[in-house]
Each structure stands twice: as C-alpha cells, then as structure tokens.
Design a protein around this ligand. Structure first.
Ligand code: SF4
Length: 347
C-alpha cells in the first residue's frame, strides 16, 4: 500500500511540474505573500482572487506595512472578497508578527498555527509552499482527490477522516518535494479530479486510482450534510437621503459585518411597522416614501432578505456615533460589504 501511495505521489508531482497554472503567488517564496494568497483563496475562486491579491500587495507589500495600516484601510482593500473576519485576522496576525519577530514571518509550525485565522490547512500550506517544509495541506480539493484515490467511504465532514487523509498525504509526499507535491495535489483537484464528474481519462494517476477502478468516482467523497436549513432573516433597510448625503451606520463590533459600514436596518416583525422599529433601535423618526426593491445576501450560516425602502427623514438626532451622513465621495473610501452594495444598486 505504501509503495502504491508513493508512486501516486511521484506521478502527481511530475504532472504538476509540467501542467501547473501560471499564478502570481507561484512566483514567490515569500511566506507573507503565500499567506495572503492562501487566506484569499479560502472562499474565493482563483480567477477572482488574482486581482485582489495584486492590489492588496501593492498597498501592503510586507508584514510591517499591513501591521501599521488602519483597520478601515485593510477592510477597504478586502472589499468585495467578503468574509471580513479573514481580513481582521490577517491584520491582527500581522501586528503580532511585527511586534514579536520584527516583521519576519515565523518558520515554526506551532508558531504559525497559533496566529489568528490560521488553521491546520493554512499552516501546512504556508510552510510547505514557502519553505518546502514537509507538512500536509488538506483542503477540500485534497480531501476529494485522496478519498477517490484510496476509495475511502469515510465522511470527509468528520475530523477523523481529515486526519487519516493527512496521514496518507504524508505517505504520498516525495522526499524534499513538499512545495510542489502539495500544490500538485490541490491543482489536480482543481483541474482534473473536480467535484461531480472528474476527468479521469486525463488524470495522471487513473491507473492507480481505486475509485476509477471500481467506477465509484462520482460517488466519492462521502460528505454528510448537516441537519437543518440555513435560517432566512428578513430585514427592512432604510435608504434615507438629505442634502446629497446618505445616512449610513457604522456597525457595532459584535454584530455580523461589525466595524464596517452599512445602511440602517431592522429585522421585520409582523405586528410592528418598520418606522416604529427604526425609532426603537436608532432613536430616529422616518416617513416611508417608496419601496425600492429587495436584495438577498447568503452567508454560510444565514441568509439576509433585505427590502430596501426609501424614507424621508422626520427627525434624525445629531450623530450618535453609529449613524452618519455621508457623501458618495466619502462613501467610496469606506469599507462597505457586498451585502449593502447590493442594496445601493437598487437606489
Ligand atoms: Fe480523480 Fe478520476 Fe484521477 Fe481518480 S482517476 S484521482 S477519480 S480524476
């Protein structure tokens, strides 16, 4: 079994070295740059991430520049990528590295893994890709490829399956080749051993693949769904304009999309008007003018259904630290998450 795994590893390595895509983060061995790319790629397609990656590094070319940046500047550079906790963790981790290691990215697994926002996968990816250290980097692509190669019916949503696959990856990894091998495994998952119907006839390891031999490539990997649907929350979002300015909310830290800018919003209630809810929540009085439309934003754990309503301001007490009148020029410099940009497009 071990020999077969090693043979698969060598084949994947050779295939990668001939077929890898030319991507900007493959032109560097700087752990900081690899780190940025890995965090961006967690929830973003490769093609979409390239532009963000280049722009982010232009603004923050190293750990020190990121550590010294304002929160708002970091979030603004992240705008459009979503999942803003990733940007906040990057910023926090950069401050830790700048203070502790004088800006030098740590090279010890335990130290990397202890940084905010860095889990097993990311630590393994950074250390193997940047420094060629022999650690596994098991992401969704690798879980799928290895489950199929092994013909494993383990539920990949389980931590035990991830651990087993990490062990198999280490057996497959050719000596001194962690960098290219890990990327090869991920690249195979992205280009050939894709979800649904993999392209087995183009696969460099099809003669060594258990799922292909037994015709189970469409059934693997096994991933059991968590019970229950994602909750859908309905909001009324207030579009309030006066003197060419729009009323925006700087969202509280502890809320979803906290410490970013959005429109005032209240969760809809059957027996209370939106005006009453806005008055209760923000202490403002509004008069509805017209409904502008609805926008939906899907998070991993909930869905926001937002009805945008244009209101006339009746009484907006002086800025209370949360609500601010903002011109469109000022708005272009603020971190406004995609959920609210969808509402802006209705205005
Ligand atoms: Fe995936 Fe097919 Fe290759 Fe097996 S043969 S690793 S199922 S692409």
């Amino acid at each position: 079994m071990k020999q077969e795994r090693q043979e698969r590893g060598r084949e994947i390595l050779t295939w990668y070295q001939k077929n890898k895509r030319d991507l900007p983060w493959r032109h560097t061995r700087d752990p900081y740059r690899i780190w940025i790319s890995e965090i961006m790629l967690q929830q973003t397609r490769v093609e979409a991430a390239i532009e963000y990656y280049l722009r982010f590094l232009e603004k923050f070319p190293d750990v020190q520049s990121l550590a010294q940046a304002d929160d708002d500047a970091v979030l603004a550079a992240w705008q459009g990528l979503g999942y803003y906790s990733r940007a906040r963790n990057l910023h926090k981790a950069a401050k830790i590295i700048a203070a502790r290691n004088n800006g030098r990215f740590p090279a010890e697994y335990a130290e990397v893994k202890a940084l905010p926002g860095i889990g097993l996968y990311t630590a393994g990816a950074i250390l193997s890709i940047a420094l060629n250290q022999p650690y596994p980097a098991v992401d969704g692509n690798v879980l799928r490829v290895v489950s199929r190669l092994e013909g494993s019916g383990e539920d990949i949503a389980q931590e035990s399956a991830r651990k087993n696959i990490a062990n198999v990856v280490m057996e497959m990894m050719p000596s001194q080749q962690a960098r290219d091998f890990n990327q090869g495994l991920m690249e195979l998952g992205a280009l050939i051993c894709i979800p649904g119907s993999p392209r087995c006839l183009a696969c460099p390891v099809h003669s060594l693949c258990n799922a292909f031999a037994t015709g189970r490539q469409n059934e693997l990997p096994v991933k059991k769904k968590k019970d229950g649907p994602v909750p859908e929350l309905e909001y009324t979002v207030a579009v309030v304009e006066a003197d060419g300015k729009l009323l925006l909310e700087y969202r509280k830290d502890e809320t979803l999309l906290g410490r970013m800018w959005g429109l005032p919003m209240v969760e809809r209630q059957k027996d209370r008007s939106a005006e009453a809810l806005f008055e209760q929540k923000y202490g403002i009085q509004l008069q509805p003018v017209e409904t502008l439309g609805t926008a939906t934003h899907v998070f991993t754990h909930r869905v926001w259904k937002m009805e945008a309503v244009m209101f006339a301001p009746v009484s907006i007490p002086e800025v209370d630290g949360t609500l601010h009148w903002v011109t469109s020029e000022e708005r272009s410099h603020l971190a406004v998450p995609v959920a609210f940009q969808k509402v802006f497009s209705l205005i």
